[in-house]
Design a protein around this ligand. Structure first.
Ligand SMILES: C[S@@+](CC[C@H](N)C(=O)[O-])C[C@H]1O[C@@H](n2cnc3c(N)ncnc32)[C@H](O)[C@@H]1O
Length: 209
């Protein structure tokens, strides 16, 4: 009797252990996803609808030349569209803080030489007199520390010329909530919502003041 209940107990017990083990693995996996999502500011890469919208202005200025900076390219959902919108693919300069993403990006698009650094150091990569055509940003500014966002805003502003554009998307659809940076540094020239992206995103285009 004792043996039966003991073995019965041990079966339940190992079953429970299995469930617990599976449960804790699942929780660990989920926590990693949420932590990663926090640093990325999203749980999914941008859709082709959002990516296309982000490069609309580039396509309009197809004849323009100069560097096209991409901030926070991740695994390249928008990069692909940038590359097909510029005349010279070597003019594209992606700056990404995750070394994993940089490695994947350079493997996926051999023409690129993606930089592993923070967007806050953008000025280091633009040589004196080099023209910046556009800055396309997928940075999750709303979840980043304020001082970092401030530094990035200054760096973007400092490299922009009179004809440069800065394109930023956000999942915050409220049009008035767009003061990422110091007041007066940028002027918004267009804003539209891409409803087909999941979640829907707002794409804002700025020029430097
Ligand atoms: C929301 S994901 C966007 C990825 C991709 N552009 C897209 O739209 O699918 C944000 C990206 O910004 C990168 N990132 C976050 N902080 C950064 C920083 N300070 N400098 C450069 N990249 C950064 C993250 O590693 C991540 O790849």
């Amino acid at each position: 009797m004792l043996r039966v209940s003991t073995s019965f107990y041990s079966v339940i017990s190992s079953g429970e252990q299995l469930i617990l083990k599976f449960g804790s693995k699942f929780l660990h996996f989920w926590k990693l996803r949420v932590d990663r999502a926090r640093s990325l500011g999203t749980v999914a890469p941008s859709s082709r609808y959002l990516a296309r919208d982000m490069v609309t202005e580039l396509k309009k200025n197809h004849s323009e030349n100069g560097v096209v900076v991409e901030l926070g390219p991740g695994n390249g959902a928008i990069t692909r569209h940038i590359l097909s919108s510029v005349q010279d693919p070597e003019s594209v300069l992606p700056i990404e803080i995750s070394s994993d993403s940089v490695e994947k990006l350079n493997r996926k698009f051999p023409v690129l030489n993606a930089v592993h650094d923070s967007a806050a150091n953008l000025e280091k990569y633009i040589t004196n007199g080099q023209k910046v055509q556009a800055i396309i940003s997928g940075l999750p500014l709303r979840v980043m520390p304020r001082d970092c966002v401030h530094q990035i805003g200054e760096a973007i502003h400092n490299v922009m010329g009179p004809d440069s554009i800065y394109v930023q998307y956000t999942y915050d659809l409220r049009p008035k909530k767009d003061a990422y940076f110091k007041r007066g540094n940028f002027k918004k020239i267009s804003s539209r919502i891409v409803w087909r992206n999941l979640p829907p995103a707002r794409v804002d285009v700025f020029v430097a003041n």
